[in-house]
Design a protein. Structure first.
Length: 132
C-alpha cells in the first residue's frame, strides 16, 4: 500500500498545478502564455507541474501596480451593500407598487359595488331597462 503513495502525490501535484494554471488570470502568468503552460503541464506532467509552480505564476507583489492581486481586489471593492429595508430606491419602488395596488383595489371595489347594485335591482323585479 505504501508503494502507491509517491504515485498519489505525483497525481495530486499534477492535478493541483493544472487547476491552478487554469484558474490563474492571464496577467499573473509569467514567461509563456497561459495556453503554453497548460500544454506543458499536460504533456510533461512531473516537470511541467514543478516548472509551473516555480516559474509560471507571479506569486509576489506585482511590480507595475505595486500591490498583490489580493490587495488590489480588497482596495477596489464596490461600496457597501445596503439591505433592502435600508435602500431608499427599493423603498420608493415599494411605495409606488402600493399606490398602484391600492388604486387597482379601489377600482375592483367600485366595480363590485356596481355589480351588487345591478344584482339587487334585478332581484327587486326590475329588468335591464330599469322597468318593473
Amino acid at each position: 500500500m505504501i508503494r502507491y503513495v509517491p504515485y498519489l502525490l505525483f497525481l495530486a501535484l499534477w492535478i493541483y498545478a493544472f487547476i491552478d494554471c487554469l484558474n490563474t488570470p492571464e496577467e499573473e502568468v509569467r514567461h509563456l502564455p497561459k495556453v503554453g503552460w497548460v500544454l506543458i503541464i499536460l504533456f510533461f506532467a512531473m516537470l511541467g507541474s514543478i516548472a509551473w509552480l516555480v516559474a509560471g505564476k507571479n506569486r509576489g507583489p506585482v511590480p507595475a501596480g505595486g500591490s498583490t492581486p489580493a490587495e488590489w481586489h480588497r482596495n477596489h471593492r464596490p461600496g457597501p451593500t445596503l439591505a433592502p429595508d435600508d435602500d431608499p430606491e427599493f423603498l420608493a419602488s415599494l411605495r409606488e407598487e402600493n399606490k398602484k395596488d391600492e388604486s387597482l383595489l379601489k377600482d375592483w371595489e367600485a366595480d363590485l359595488r356596481r355589480r351588487e347594485d345591478e344584482l339587487r335591482r334585478r332581484e327587486g323585479g326590475e329588468d335591464s331597462s330599469g322597468q318593473r
